[in-house]
Design a protein. Structure first.
Length: 268
């Protein structure tokens, strides 16, 4: 199936063949059922599956615009919404939407937010009101995406790493995580933190700063900050993120989170 997808991605005329069309449709169905993922953690490292991203892009070529009616709501789109939520053990509060081709494990709660095609969301995770999970994003188990959080998506170029939020992380209100940034297990991002691939993530807990880009270490407590940069016209404050502490391993997730918020005064 991988080879068929790669062939069709290089030559779209091959989508006229039943074999190649079926490969695309079967791949999207496997994503929807959780049998495939856009990215996976193997031997401790996250790797993206380029051919799966190619299949999603080809699905947009094959799919036709249709009108979907769900109770009082009407949608007009190429991609249908996810069905059989009760059987999947997933709670979706209107008008929250999970697109077909995304997978949510049993126990996921989606408030009026959005989960896009190719995304994977783990059990016990809350996607709060107006939070969005972009295409291909990988959200771990027991994660809380607070109100208005924006998790970026990626489908092109195929093989690019999607955003990864690992197990037990807490993402504060209106935080934005894009461009393949990985947030480690049980990390806490305060409100309005913005992380891109180039955002300096500065650990200020030691005698000397340590700078990360594209990665938040496990159990880090992160707040929005700035860093001075000199330009020809003068010195200006550019956006940065500051690691100001760590959640303790000795306590459970809930207690650790509450302690982190109290101890470091993190806004959520």
């Amino acid at each position: 199936m991988q080879e068929l997808i790669r062939e069709a991605f290089e030559n779209r005329e091959l989508l006229e063949s039943e074999e190649h069309r079926s490969a695309v449709l079967e791949t999207i169905e496997a994503l929807d059922k959780g049998r495939l993922r856009v990215a996976e953690k193997k031997n401790g490292e996250w790797r993206s599956n380029a051919w799966v991203m190619q299949a999603i892009n080809l699905y947009f070529v094959l799919a036709e615009m249709k009108t979907f009616e769900v109770g009082p709501f009407e949608f007009h789109d190429k991609i249908p919404i996810k069905r059989n939520l009760a059987a999947a053990g997933v709670r979706v509060v209107p008008p929250g939407t999970i697109r077909y081709g995304a997978f949510a494990e049993p126990g996921v709660v989606l408030m009026p937010g959005y989960i896009n095609i190719g995304a994977w969301v783990g059990s016990g995770t809350m996607v709060d009101t107006w939070a969005t999970v972009g295409s291909g994003a990988q959200i771990g188990r027991n994660v809380h995406l607070s109100g208005g959080v924006g998790i970026g998506g990626v489908l092109e170029p195929p093989g690019a790493m999607p955003v990864v939020i690992e197990d037990g992380a807490f993402i504060g209100s209106r935080a934005i995580v894009v461009e393949g940034v990985r947030v480690g297990e049980e990390a806490v991002l305060g409100a309005n933190v913005v992380l891109t691939a180039s955002t300096p993530i500065i650990d200020v807990t030691g005698e000397e700063e340590r700078v990360y880009r594209g990665y938040v270490p496990p159990r880090s407590v992160v707040v929005a900050g700035t860093r001075t940069r000199k330009f020809s016209a003068g010195s200006y404050q550019l956006q940065a993120a500051l690691i100001i502490g760590r959640r303790r391993e000795s306590t459970d997730r809930k207690t650790s989170l509450n302690e982190a918020l109290r101890q470091f005064g993190v806004s959520v």
